[in-house]
Design a protein around this ligand. Structure first.
Ligand code: SAH
Length: 259
């Protein structure tokens, strides 16, 4: 084993100040940075200017570089450089395929470390004034993917088991949103259940769109990726707190634009 190390680093949801201190220090000192589409420009502006950069951006629908090539790329860089940062949006293990990269690193005897990041699956809601749990309203939550190559895959979801989930958070769910809403209703979720889409969460142009399961299932709602799709009663708090969130004194809670 040589003395190089690959750091799988969570970049958080986008806002620079939501990067961990550890991630920040690694970005300043990395020899190579392999990064995704979801890493914000604001964060990329902070990296070591001498680092070698490699973009492996992925769109929801198209994988620009196949995952096994990314895995091999990390091994390649580990043989060439000392400090390799694999930077991913949010947390590396929340639909980040971090585990697959680690399997390849282990196979090649390459040292690694994982630096957790703030996941959009929780922080997007926080910045939209939606508590993911709230005593008496929602006492559990589920994070799931809404992305499959075809809708048949989503049919394998045990939709009727989801009716007892307090807050359902769907990542990569924009394209299949109507299908998902329809399945949740068929599975027993009341059609009036409030829904929110949080686009570009925590970024300066964050946008929150609120609706109901019925509307999402039956109407054309325009939502831009990346967005977090939230289903549950705590979405109601967005409306109650929204105007507070815009007050400067409560800036710490983040910004929110309701419709
Ligand atoms: N590892 C990431 C998730 C990767 S899956 C994390 O922990 O956040 C990619 C999906 O995450 C996107 O399709 C979108 O649903 C969500 N996402 C990531 N960053 C986002 C952001 N800033 N705003 C809204 N959604 C985001």
């Amino acid at each position: 084993m040589n003395n190089s190390k690959v750091f799988l680093v969570g970049a958080g949801p986008g806002s620079l100040d939501l990067l961990t201190l550890k991630a920040y220090q690694l970005l300043k000192t990395a020899d190579v940075i392999v990064y995704d589409r979801l890493v914000s420009n604001e964060i990329m502006d902070e990296i070591n200017p001498n680092a070698h950069l490699h973009y492996v951006g992925k769109q929801e629908s198209e994988h620009t570089i196949p995952q096994d090539e990314i895995n091999k790329l990390l091994v390649h860089y580990a043989h060439k450089y000392k400090k390799i940062v694999r930077l991913k949006g949010g947390d590396p293990f929340v639909f980040g395929r971090g585990g697959e990269e680690i399997v390849e690193l282990v196979k090649n005897n390459i040292a690694f470390e994982v630096v957790p990041g703030i996941s959009s699956s929780v922080s997007a809601l926080t910045y939209a004034g939606i508590p993911i749990t709230h005593r008496g309203v929602s006492n559990n939550f589920l994070v799931m993917t809404g992305h499959t190559c075809n809708t048949d895959g989503l049919d394998l979801v045990p939709w009727s088991n989801l009716q007892s989930v307090g807050t359902i958070v769907i990542l990569m769910g924009v394209r299949n949103k109507s299908f998902i809403a329809q399945k949740l209703i068929e599975g027993g979720k009341p059609s009036k259940t409030p829904v929110a889409f949080i686009e570009r969460a925590t970024r300066h142009d964050q946008k929150v769109i609120t609706s109901t399961l019925f509307e999402v299932a039956n109407k054309e709602i325009f939502v831009e990726s990346p967005a977090v799709f939230v289903v549950g009663e705590t979405v109601q708090f967005h409306h109650q707190w929204n105007w507070f969130l815009k007050e400067e004194s409560l800036e710490g809670l983040g910004v929110s634009v309701g419709i």
